[in-house]
Design a protein around this ligand. Structure first.
Ligand code: AHG
Ligand code: MN
Ligand code: MN
Length: 408
C-alpha cells in the first residue's frame, strides 16, 4: 500500500489496491473505485482528492520485491529455508552450519595472527612434504572440532591429515567432508588473502566406526579411504570461505552459487549475492609464470598469445595472489582463467583433486563456468588416492575452452 501523506486514512480497512492522496483546495473527491475510500476521506473533513488506481502488474512486482532495509538473511536462516524446501536434509544443514562456525573462528584467528603470535612455521611437515604453518595446524584443529561437534559427519579428510579419519562422535547423518582448512597459507605472514575450501559427499554407512565392532582400525581406515575417493560428480555441496578485506562464504548445494559476507558488527554471514554467474569470457589470467620455463610448449604458446594477441586484440591482464581461494573468487566475479598446470618438476601440478580442484569445479560449473585438467572435466576424474594432484584450469567457459584447444 503506497500512501504519500500523514493525513491518510488507516489502510487496514481499505479493500482496494493502490491509493494516492493529495491536498486540494476544493472540497471535491475523485474516488473512482471504492466507496470505503470516499467515506474515509470525508470523515477527516479535509479537502482531499482521493484517487484509486487499478493495481498494475509492474507496481505489484515492485511492491512484492520491496523489503525492509533491516531484513537481512543470515546463512543459518538461508540454510533452514533450503531445508524447508527439501534441497538439503536437517543433518546436512547442521554440517554446513558447523563449517560456517569453523570459518568464523578461523577468520578471527587469521585476522589476529600477528597479535596472537600465530605467524610462522609450526615445525612439522605434512603429507605433501610441505612445512606446516602454525595456522595450518590450528585451522585444521578448528575445522575438525566443529565437524566432530556437529555429530553429523562420519568421515573427515583434510589436506593436513595423512589419512581420512572416522569420526567417533557421529551419531546421525555421517556425511563425508573433505577440506583444505587454510588455503594459501604462505600468504599468512603478509596478511594477504587466504581461505578454507570444503566438499561434502553422501554418507555411507559402510564406513561408520563402530567401537563395539571387532573390525580393526586398519580395516576402518581402509573403508574410509575408499569412501572418500569419490569423483566430484558425487558432491552434494561445496564451498569456500575467503579471509580478505571481507570474509566471504561462498556455497553451492547444486542449485546455483550463493555468497554470504560476514558482518563484523554481529558476527553473522549475511546473504549478499544470489545465483552468481561467472562471465562467459574475461581478459584476466592467473598463473604462476615463474614456472614458465618448466611448462609444456603448447601451454607456453597459449600464454604468449594472451600477452600478445596480435594487432586485433588487447593483451590480457595478469593477476596472481598465490592463494587459490582469492584467485578463484576474483575469477568467479570478474571472469577470466586461473591455472595451475603440470610442469617438468610436478607432473600433476600442485593442487589437490579432492579438497581443492573438485569443490572449486563444482562451484564454477554451478556458476556457468568450467573446470578442466586441460583434457577432461575435473568432476569426472575418479580419485585413486586421497592427496592426488591434478592440473587445474578453471574459470570462464570460453577461456577454459580456448586453453583446451591450445593443449589438444
Ligand atoms: P595450500 O596453502 O593449501 O598448500 O595451497 C596453496 C596453493 C594454492 O592456494 C595456490 O594457488 C598455490 O598453492 C600457489 O602455489 P605457488 O606458490 O606454487 O604459485
Ligand atoms: Mn590449498
Ligand atoms: Mn592448505
Amino acid at each position: 500500500m503506497a500512501v504519500s501523506t500523514a493525513t491518510t486514512p488507516t489502510t487496514s480497512s481499505l479493500s482496494f489496491s493502490h491509493l494516492s492522496f493529495f491536498q486540494h483546495k476544493k472540497a471535491s473527491f475523485l474516488c473512482t473505485k471504492n466507496i470505503i475510500a470516499k467515506r474515509k476521506c470525508e470523515h477527516r473533513g479535509v479537502h482531499v482528492k482521493c484517487m484509486v488506481f487499478e493495481k498494475s502488474s509492474a507496481a505489484e512486482a515492485k511492491k512484492t520485491k520491496r523489503q525492509s532495509v533491516y531484513k537481512l538473511q543470515t546463512l543459518t536462516s538461508w540454510l533452514l529455508k533450503q531445508e524447508q524446501d527439501g534441497i538439503i536434509d536437517a543433518e546436512l544443514t547442521i554440517v554446513l552450519d558447523s563449517i560456517s562456525m569453523a570459518c568464523k573462528q578461523i577468520a578471527s584467528l587469521v585476522q589476529r595472527a600477528g597479535i596472537s603470535k600465530l605467524t610462522g612455521v609450526h615445525g612439522a611437515i605434512n603429507a605433501h612434504g610441505e612445512d606446516q604453518k602454525k595456522l595450518d595446524v590450528v585451522s585444521n584443529e578448528v575445522f575438525s572440532n566443529c565437524l566432530r561437534a556437529s555429530g553429523r559427519t562420519g568421515i573427515i579428510a583434510s589436506e593436513e591429515e595423512d589419512v581420512p579419519v572416522a569420526v567417533e562422535e557421529s551419531y546421525y547423518g555421517n556425511y563425508i567432508v573433505v577440506f583444505d582448512p587454510l588455503d594459501g597459507s604462505s600468504n599468512i605472514d603478509a596478511a594477504v588473502s587466504t581461505g578454507s575450501i570444503f566438499g561434502i559427499y553422501t554418507p555411507n554407512d559402510d564406513c561408520l566406526l563402530d567401537l563395539e565392532d571387532s573390525t580393526t582400525l586398519d580395516t576402518v581406515e581402509q573403508r574410509c579411504i575408499v569412501n572418500v575417493c569419490q569423483p566430484g560428480n558425487n558432491l552434494l555441496a561445496a564451498g569456500y570461505c575467503m579471509y580478505s578485506s571481507s570474509v566471504i562464504f561462498v556455497l553451492t548445494l547444486g542449485n546455483g552459487v550463493f555468497s554470504f559476507t560476514l558482518d563484523p558488527m554481529f558476527g553473522e554471514f549475511i546473504l549478499t549475492q544470489e545465483n552468481i554467474q561467472i562471465p562467459k569470457a574475461g581478459n584476466i589470467y592467473a598463473f604462476n609464470e615463474g614456472n614458465y620455463q618448466l611448462w609444456d610448449d603448447r601451454l607456453k604458446k597459449y600464454i604468449d598469445h594472451l600477452k600478445d594477441p596480435g594487432p586485433s586484440g588487447k593483451p590480457y591482464s595478469a593477476r596472481y595472489i598465490g592463494s587459490l581461494v582469492g584467485d578463484f573468487h576474483r575469477t568467479l566475479l570478474y571472469g577470466g582463467i586461473y591455472g595451475y598446470p603440470r610442469n617438468k618438476k610436478s607432473r600433476n601440478g600442485k593442487l589437490r583433486l579432492l579438497y581443492e580442484c573438485a569443490p572449486m569445479s563444482f562451484i564454477v560449473e554451478q556458476a556457468g563456468g568450467k573446470g578442466s585438467d586441460g583434457q577432461q572435466r575435473i568432476l569426472d576424474i575418479q580419485p585413486v588416492e586421497i592427496h592426488q594432484r591434478v592440473p587445474l584450469y578453471i574459470g570462464s567457459i570460453e577461456e577454459v575452452e580456448k586453453l583446451e584447444k591450445y593443449l589438444s
